[in-house]
Ligand binder design. Sequence first.
Ligand code: NAP
Ligand code: MG
Length: 464
Amino acid sequence: MVRIAPRYGLFIDGEFKPAADGRVFTTVNPASEESLSEVALAGPADVDRAVSSARTAFERVWSRMPGSERAKYIYRIARLLQERAREFAVLESLDNGKPIRESRDVDIPLAAAHFFYHAGWADKLSYAGFGAAPRPLGVAGQVIPWNFPLLMAAWKLAPALAAGNTCVLKPAETTPLSALLLAEVCQQADLPPGVVNIVTGAGETGAAIVAHPSVAKVAFTGSTEVGKQIREAVAGTGKKLTLELGGKAANIVFDDAAADQAVEGIVNGIFFNQGHVCCAGSRLLVQESVAGQVVERLKRRMATLRLGDPLDKNTDVGAINSRQQLDRIRELSASGEAEGAGRWSPPCDLPERGFWFAPTVFTGVSQSHRIARDEIFGPVLSVLTFRTPEEAVTKANNTPYGLSAGVWTEKGSRILWMAQRLRAGVVWANTYNRFDPASPFGGYRESGFGREGGRHGLEAYLHV
Ligand code: NAP
Ligand code: MG
């Protein structure tokens, strides 16, 4: 289905090359702990080569090319992603641990959609609302996390390329493989060398990209902690910056909501992608009068979730991406118990090898509990209750984050009333975790700044 090479080089100037100092690291399958491949670890010299190659490609080729020509390459990448979708889906599930049903139906089609959508903008930038002839910035340095490896690469590369920038992208250490397959697709699409460079490595590699003086724009998706470091590193340099960081979203269920639909939305909100989702609905706020009933139905539904082999099409919950992340989920869940919340998981056999965590719900959670405040980034839901819409808004906004929220109610007027008051970049109504390349995504406060997707997302890659 997919051929994984025993070793991968860095993708610089259109070719795969080993790291200058020959260093490598291993990426594993989190469902089995087996090693999948050895990948080059880029040091500062490699980052420098990648940025120079991107700078040359920007000056000589990409920024001079008419948008209609750039669009042809981006469309080609989109079509190749579709043609090779099965290969990408299997590779993504192997390297990340996510269920194949999700990589097949969500990650890969959405990644292709991002390239298609942005290809359409490449020759229409003068209609994007940023002046008659908006100019690209130069080299974009892009650093992404492990939860949606290919999709986050698409979110970064597609708008940058459409706007006429060239890119140096670093995938996360635990999930480099789909970005390297995407590099192969760039070759297959005859993308001019240097327009896209993929440098694999660890946090230091990311820091070297951020610090490189020839990088004009930094785009980062990851933790709030690293986001803060990057903001400090970039301050005063004149580099343009967008940060997509963590979240602790409220999924708010009113007593008039369609109960089964809401339960599906709660499950999707927190158990999709093992809860490794920045916009996950990790705090369920349920109206007191229906709380018992909703939690009852939720538990019944949770008992039907199938946890196990990510490559099995019937799997709902796959593996946790790394031991480090598993430890964090365990630690925070233990704190929930210690602080007095009620912990429940359905009966569920965890495989012996690999990193696993059963879907978990905490009831009786109060706002001061760590599990109600800290991002767990795992399949763990905290349930809180409210009586009035005002109380729901106050509790939902009681977080340093502000990425997303969900509202479940039959009343349209209440949806609008809530959406006006919730301090979150995205508010879903009677649905959750819906994404579209035309729709801007991004946060408030500690969830970051700047938008990705839609017309707004282009702004980050243009002189405006
Ligand atoms: P992370 O530790 O911040 O890592 C993200 C990326 O930054 C990785 O590629 C990482 O490399 C790299 N990195 C680490 N230290 C760096 C440094 N000092 N300078 C530059 N780059 C550095 O985040 P994570 O724990 O892997 O990812 C989970 C977080 O991402 C969660 O908080 C989640 O909410 C957030 N997230 C946000 C969005 C959004 O759109 N808002 C989307 C997805 C995820 P290594 O992999 O080698 O450590
Ligand atoms: Mg891996």
